[in-house]
Design a protein around this ligand. Structure first.
Ligand code: SF4
Length: 92
């Protein structure tokens, strides 16, 4: 028998840092969910959070932060971050 997973209140509040280069819903231009950019090239999300896909393959569906599809497009905030890095001579 499998034990039922218990997600305590501390687990629900835990956030995950995810590299902006990850091609998942939470770094996609079409995803509307809770996410926050960090100055080190990461975004902070809750790994179990969901948001609405407002374009692309799963338009109007609720998508998990770590889901993905073949119509992923980079979030504008990530472009700004890369632009800042290029301006500072990071060269990528
Ligand atoms: S389902 Fe695809 S298009 Fe929609 S938010 Fe996720 S990666 Fe972006």
């Amino acid at each position: 028998m499998f034990k039922k997973a218990h997600w305590g209140s501390k687990t629900k509040k835990r956030k995950t840092a995810l590299p902006m280069v990850s091609k998942v819903c939470s770094t996609c231009a079409f995803w509307v969910g809770s996410r926050e950019t960090k100055p080190n090239g990461f975004i902070e999300i809750h790994p179990y959070s969901k948001g609405e896909c407002q374009g692309g393959r799963y338009k109007h569906l609720e998508m998990a932060a770590l889901a993905t599809c073949d119509t992923w497009e980079p979030w504008a905030a990530m472009n700004n971050y890369r632009g800042e890095q290029l301006a500072q001579g990071a060269g990528y």
